[in-house]
Write a protein that binds this ligand. Structure first.
Ligand code: SIN
Length: 532
């Protein structure tokens, strides 16, 4: 059995910035399914929303966030995260991250981007590869830490809790079983502080802007461990994912609309003006629903994002990654509009935490997209998530290290090793792939941008059968990454459907034809699932 003071599961902005700070206080393991940089963070294009300019204020950033959140944000959490943002940004700069700058009357200032729902330019970015630069900066720093083991190609199977060991009265998280993919062995890792930073669950949908790792592992494990899960019906669909038969999950950043890009339907019409006075830069829920409606109304396959009014020089300098990628698919965005469709992008709910990352299960913390701090409410404001990851990671480390001396002295329960019995290797991989496809398609068709009770109930019934099948597989065959991801995906899909069925109104990202109005009297509260 291995033992660490801190175990972080996930290596995106939240997990790595936590690990760097925790390493000053004790031993740290960072467990990550593939390579360190295989994270949602590395794919983030837009940037980090933060008040840094004289023309902006915390009050305005708060107002925009609360407005997007459609009545469900936790105002205190919003204030904390927004006001502590600038300190965390300074730390990133000190670690060597160079945000884009521009000359203003002889001095350098951040070159701030604009995105939907923001009343001011406030998005710090590095061209259109902000996440990749952040990830590389943090991984470079991590490599210098002697107290940190970065365990790549390791996937957490499940959390070990006192409750599961028969001490329900003193339930807490005690460690995790972790699959080492190299030798297919499951290790037992002990820690009093387990931090889930596993990101979101975009892969639960057929079309997503997320990388393959986004299989909802953290929410699924926390759910099985009995922690409270909140607001999982609020899945954000990004309006503009590249539409091309060979392109997989490629995002066209909202910053393109921030620089004047206009959405047009297949008749060339600037249709967004008919849906919202803010046009193409309205908040994402509104834009995604409008695109969905236009596509259905016109029997089209996609809509188009037109930024041809900008010069080719500007486009290549500001969006080099998007420009090059589109060009590889035969689209020159400086000369022609980009075909786009909405796709699942961000999980606004997650494991319920306070603003220090503490969950309802002692010893278990959650930070980043996997957590629901109350910042996003029913709809996340663009580029608020990297900020949340940074601020909450810092606060979680502060909170955990306050009592570390006391905790180190606490009685240690010895943990049972993983038992794999006489299970065999999975004999029919086809079943795993079939179930993956079935879950992703049914979620897209029945639990997508526009919902109804009938579709949700159909999804729920089908998911119960799939979960039973996967459960049998889990107990009868050797665990593998594919099987574990499938099990997590099915769990998270069922949690999303249960949450959506319980909200009999439309609000933010949850829109149902059966209850098209918002009902503040009955539903202005979080959707909470789990034992608590
Ligand atoms: C984007 O660049 O459009 C994504 C930004 C975000 O989702 O916060």
């Amino acid at each position: 059995m291995k033992e660490y003071d801190f175990v972080v599961i996930g290596s995106g902005i939240a997990g790595l910035s936590f690990a760097l700070k925790a390493a000053k206080h004790g031993s740290v393991a960072v467990i990550t399914k593939r390579k360190g940089a295989d994270t949602n963070t590395a794919w983030a294009q837009g940037g980090i929303a933060c008040v840094t300019s004289d023309e902006d204020t915390f009050a305005l950033h708060m107002r925009d966030t609360l407005e997007a959140g459609a009545g469900l944000c936790d105002e205190a959490a919003v204030r904390t995260i927004i006001t502590e943002g600038p300190q965390r940004i300074r730390e990133l700069v000190d670690l060597g991250l160079h945000f884009d700058e521009r000359d203003v009357s002889g001095h350098r200032e951040f070159d701030l981007g604009r995105e939907g729902g923001h009343s001011k330019r406030r998005v710090l970015h590095v061209q259109d590869v902000t996440g990749k630069e952040i990830e590389e900066t943090l991984l470079r720093q991590l490599a210098r830490q002697s107290h940190v083991d970065l365990l790549e190609n390791h996937m957490a199977v499940d959390l070990i809790t006192a409750g599961k060991l028969g001490f329900a009265a003193e339930d807490r998280c005690l460690g995790a079983y972790v699959l080492d993919e190299k030798n297919s062995e499951v290790e037992t890792i002990r820690s009093d502080r387990i931090v889930l930073a596993t990101g979101g669950c975009g892969k639960v949908y057929l079309y997503t802007t997320n990388p393959d790792i986004a299989t909802g592992d953290g929410v699924a494990m926390a759910w099985r461990a009995g922690a409270v899960i909140a607001n999982m019906e609020f899945i954000q669909f990004h309006p503009t994912c590249l539409f091309h038969s060979k392109a997989k999950s490629f995002l066209i950043s909202e910053a393109v609309r921030g620089e004047g890009g206009i959405l047009r339907n297949n008749l060339g019409e600037d249709f967004m003006k008919r849906y919202d006075p803010r046009g193409s830069l309205a908040p994402r829920d509104i834009v995604a629903r409008a695109i969905d409606e236009e596509i259905k109304r016109l029997g089209a396959q996609c809509v188009f994002l037109d930024i041809t009014h900008q010069s080719p020089e500007f486009i290549k300098e500001r969006f080099p990654n998007i420009y090059e990628t589109c060009l590889r698919f035969g689209i020159d965005m400086s000369k022609q509009p980009i075909p786009v469709v909405p796709a699942a992008h961000y999980q606004c709910g997650g494991i319920k935490t306070d603003v220090n990352g503490a969950t309802s299960l002692p010893g278990l913390y959650a930070i980043g997209e996997v957590a629901c701090t109350g910042l996003h409410g029913a709809n996340r404001l663009a580029s608020n998530s990297l900020l949340e990851g940074l601020v909450v990671a810092h606060r979680a480390c502060e909170a955990m290290t306050r009592d570390i001396a006391v905790l180190r002295k606490a009685r240690k329960v010895s943990l049972p090793e993983w038992e794999s019995g006489d299970v065999q290797d999975v004999d029919e991989l086809v079943v795993i792939y079939h179930n993956w496809d079935e879950i992703r398609r049914l979620m897209w068709d029945y639990v997508g941008i526009v919902r109804t009770d009938k579709r949700l109930q159909r999804a729920s019934a089908r998911l119960r059968n799939l979960q039973q099948e996967i459960h049998d597989f889990y107990w009868n065959f050797k665990v593998s990454v594919d099987l574990l991801e499938l099990r997590n995906l099915a769990t998270v899909a069922a949690v999303i459907v249960d949450s959506a069925l319980s909200r009999k109104e439309s609000r933010g990202l949850h829109f149902t034809l059966d209850y098209p109005e918002t009902n503040d009297r009955r539903f202005r509260h979080d959707t909470l699932l789990g034992r608590g």
